[in-house]
Design a protein around this ligand. Structure first.
Ligand SMILES: Nc1ncnc2c1ncn2[C@@H]1O[C@H](COP(=O)(O)OP(=O)(O)OP(=O)(O)O)[C@@H](O)[C@H]1O
Ligand SMILES: [Mg+2]
Length: 370
């Protein structure tokens, strides 16, 4: 809606195959006549100095507990091979020294431009990418563990991907898809397993009699809820949500975010929330880490980052958020002339690491490179 307010002259609102309202952009946003249009506009997450969030937290975050996950100096690089002997001559430094902790019941958001290394960080934590540095889950370092130990520890960390269709096997019934993690980890069986799947379905707002259907018979929002049910099947301590709501329309997005928040209040689940939508991030986060070219350049509480952004890159990210208000349209898009430098570097020439300086109350900002 922010982009619509910024770009459009006239707007047509559609619902269930019908046009429900049309008019000049200022009228649609300023005085919507249709109830659905109003509902849609009300669901738009707005950026506003941390004011937008409804607090439903029942249990406070315990600051001195063992973190559910901790990464220290995480590095992931992909070799680029060239020449006849396929020698690695350069590396893509996707993640170049990232450190953070996630406490039980907390939401940490990872933000930054496309290609800055967010998904790669998530994949390393979920055990889907080779890395160097430390990944500590529930106080136990993942390095050098046997397959069985890793499997047990990974149970506590589940991932919801951006594209719910690509992550659900189209040939499996959705009930079996939700049960699959329990099958892999040999938890419950027979009727008990089926009952647990049914209760997960109702928990995410789907009806248990839809269990025998196939993924293509659901809408995008419903499929995303199936993925959430699947992630919940093992009662994880941490859920990594990589752009999980980005593809959903604002009203469905608001519902899915509400569901994630409820589950957090109920079960004390921690989230690593990855998104490029700063307005959504402001609404869901406890803490925020801003990533740029494989490194964290600023991190702090939601209020520190949105109320007092210090790093020029964070300031730019926040300023770039399109406002859902056509009267505040910017005259032209301010483009930064400089492209983001490339994460590709010659072999043996690793990127310099930023030094993070505390500017007060645990608000860390990158100083000059070391
Ligand atoms: N398998 C791979 N081989 C080589 N390079 C890769 C591979 N996977 C990712 N990269 C590179 O690593 C960098 C970080 O990618 P990543 O997917 O983590 O970005 P992202 O922050 O998630 O971006 P987006 O917001 O677009 O999802 C990019 O430059 C990408 O091209
Ligand atoms: Mg990504």
């Amino acid at each position: 809606m922010g982009v619509v307010a910024e770009m459009a002259d006239r707007v047509i609102v559609m619902r269930e195959g019908r046009m429900v309202e049309r008019g000049p952009v200022t009228e649609i946003f300023g005085a919507p006549k249709n109830a659905y249009t109003r509902e849609l506009l009300a669901a738009v997450p707005r950026i506003g100095g941390g004011a937008g969030r409804v607090e439903t937290r029942k249990r406070p975050i315990v600051r001195n507990a063992i973190p559910v996950a901790e990464v220290n100096g995480l590095e992931v690089k992909f070799g680029i091979k060239t020449g006849f002997f396929s020698k690695v001559t350069a590396n893509v430094h996707a993640v170049a020294g990232v450190s953070f902790q996630i406490m039980p019941g907390e939401t940490l958001s990872l933000v930054g431009e496309s290609g800055c290394g967010k998904s790669t960080t998530a994949k390393a934590i979920a055990g889907l990418a080779p890395y160097s540095g430390d990944i500590v889950i529930g106080g136990k370092n993942m390095a050098g563990r046997t397959g069985a130990e890793t499997k047990a520890l990974r149970r506590d960390v589940q991932m919801i991907f951006q594209d719910p269709f690509a992550s659900l096997d189209p040939r499996m019934r959705v009930g079996d898809l939700v049960a699959e993690p329990m099958v892999i980890h040999a938890i419950a069986s027979g009727r008990e397993r089926r009952e647990r799947v049914a209760s997960l379905f109702s928990r995410v707002g789907l009806s248990p009699d839809q269990m025998d259907r196939y993924p293509h018979e659901f809408s995008g929002g419903q499929r995303q809820r199936i993925c959430i049910a699947r992630a919940l099947a093992l009662r994880p301590k941490l859920i990594i949500a990589d752009e999980s709501v980005s593809a959903l329309d604002v009203s469905v997005q608001a519902r899915v975010l509400g569901l994630l928040r409820e589950l957090q209040a109920e079960f004390g689940i921690a989230y690593l929330f990855i998104s490029h939508d700063m307005a959504v991030v402001e609404n869901v986060s406890d803490r925020v880490a801003v990533m740029y070219l494989g490194q964290i350049v600023e991190t702090g509480t939601r209020d520190q980052i949105f109320g007092d952004p210090r790093h020029p890159y964070t300031q730019r990210l926040i300023a770039a958020v399109p406002q859902p208000d056509p009267t505040r349209r910017r005259p032209a898009f301010e483009r930064s002339v400089s492209e983001i430098p490339s994460p590709v570097r010659k072999a043996g020439d690793p990127p310099r690491r930023h030094r993070l300086v505390d500017v007060g109350g645990g608000h860390l900002v990158a100083a000059e490179s070391q």
